[in-house]
Ligand binder design. Structure first.
Ligand code: NAD
Length: 411
């Protein structure tokens, strides 16, 4: 099942709980603007290539539109549309003053040179520069795009509109970016995990954790929870995992990955296991932080962890979600869990608008506060309405957007 189907199932569940009218549902589900553009850029060979770029601006009832820009060969309008609406609910759950958007270009960034990527990116900005900007829509990195790409976007946008670093976030720290942006999503995963453990009265040092994925999100989650004295008993990447009941030395694993092109192959600090084994380990917290759709009806029965923290987008399918609820397995949902990145993007935007430079301690403190408060609100709503944490998170997000739409006089 794709993100679009699961997103709409969860939206409808929340809309039912909120008793939203059909009119309001259709207003909230329909994107404000969808743009598809043709881009032409010169390749290093001198030949011209044509690409298709997309930007879907889903809903701006709560503030300027916000969402990543993805470079991937399979990017299409349906995917971008669905991810844009997910951003609307995500920014609303953590209560930051944004709407939701998403964009992308259908290309494989590994097949283009840096200069070719730069020309395609600048061509995209040339085409849509009137449709985004600090008060309108603020792109950010996503799959296949980097801080460098964001720097090109800011630079190209400035050629039309003057100096405006707040037109895009996720920029290099040395070029109007913010310290702490890179670790933000993983740190956020760690913050909400600790909040949940504290709510259910579990002692942190007794808590065992298995993490699938050792990229940006997985490594920072592992480091944060290790520093908090959780016992990380298993980690993995696309090529397999490592298990040690007494706890993996996370700093050693990070060093190993750094020295081996980001890969864990050959790590000697644990027994080798495969990714399916990791998902069914006897541990307290299971954190899928790699891909969507890794926990489905075909393997959900084998999960033994009583808590699943969705660090990746949609790692649990809606059918598996139902199964987990029956088995009393608590699922902390992605729209809350991985909102740390967009939250620190907000700080970067604020910093740029202040023409000021935030320090990393302030970023961490504000992130902890923002996600901590969002967790508490989701937890309270889930308890008072006797719904899952996922339904509560969607209710909070969808409810806030609906309320803003009414208050703003849109309906
Ligand atoms: P990444 O590319 O940095 O890392 C992905 C990791 O997953 C790598 O270690 C890779 O080897 C591993 N992996 C790939 N296929 C795997 C498989 N079949 N089994 C096990 N491991 C596998 O990506 P990331 O930025 O860490 O993002 C991870 C997830 O979090 C994605 O779902 C992404 O959409 C989501 N997410 C990321 C951010 C962010 O700020 N980076 C924000 C929100 C959501």
């Amino acid at each position: 099942m794709d993100v679009s189907t699961s997103n709409s199932i969860y939206f409808q569940q929340a809309a039912d709980e909120l008793d939203l009218s059909e009119t309001m549902r259709s207003l909230l589900l329909t994107a404000k603007r969808e743009v598809q553009v043709q881009l032409t850029a010169e390749m290093d060979s001198g030949a011209l290539s044509t690409f298709i770029g997309y930007r879907v601006q889903h809903n701006d009832a709560r503030g300027p539109l916000k969402g990543g820009l993805r470079y991937h060969p399979e990017v299409d309008l349906d995917e971008v549309r669905s991810l844009a609406s997910l951003m609307t609910w995500k920014t609303a759950v953590v209560n930051i003053p944004y709407g939701g958007a998403k964009g992308g270009i259908a290309l494989d960034p590994t097949t283009l040179s840096t200069r070719e990527l730069e020309r395609v990116t600048r061509s995209f900005v040339d085409t849509i520069h009137d449709l985004f900007g600090p008060d309108v829509d603020i792109p950010a990195p996503d799959m296949g795009t980097t801080a460098e790409v964001m720097a090109w976007i800011m630079n190209q946008y400035g050629k039309y509109h003057g100096f405006a670093p707040a037109c895009v976030t996720g920029k290099p720290v040395e070029y109007h970016g913010i310290p702490g942006r890179e670790e933000a999503t993983g740190r956020g995963v760690g913050i909400v995990t600790l909040k949940l453990l504290s709510r259910i009265g579990r002692r942190i040092p007794d808590t065992t954790v298995a993490i699938q994925g050792f990229g940006n999100v997985g490594t920072h989650t592992a480091k944060f929870l290790h520093d908090a004295e959780c016992k990380i008993i298993a980690i993995s990447d696309a090529h397999g995992g490592y298990y040690r009941q007494e706890g993996i030395d996370v700093l050693d694993a990070l060093r190993h990955a750094r020295n081996h092109g980001g890969r864990l192959d050959g790590f000697t600090g644990g027994d080798h296991i495969d990714n399916q084994t990791l998902l069914s380990l006897d541990c307290d917290v299971l954190i899928p932080a790699a891909l969507g759709g890794v926990l489905t009806v075909s393997n959900a029965e084998s999960v033994r962890a009583p808590i699943i923290v969705e660090a990746a987008n949609s790692p649990v399918s809606p059918e598996a979600d139902i199964l987990f609820a029956k088995k009393d397995i608590t699922v902390l949902p992605d729209i809350l869990v991985n909102a740390g990145g967009v939250t620190v993007s907000w700080f970067e935007w604020v910093q740029n608008r202040q023409h000021y430079q935030w320090g990393v301690n302030r970023v961490r403190q504000e992130l902890d506060r923002t996600l901590g408060e969002a967790f508490e609100q989701v937890w309270q709503l889930s308890s008072s309405r006797k719904v899952s944490l996922r339904t509560a998170a969607y209710m909070l997000g969808v409810g806030r957007v609906a309320q803003a739409a009414v208050l703003g006089g849109i309906v």
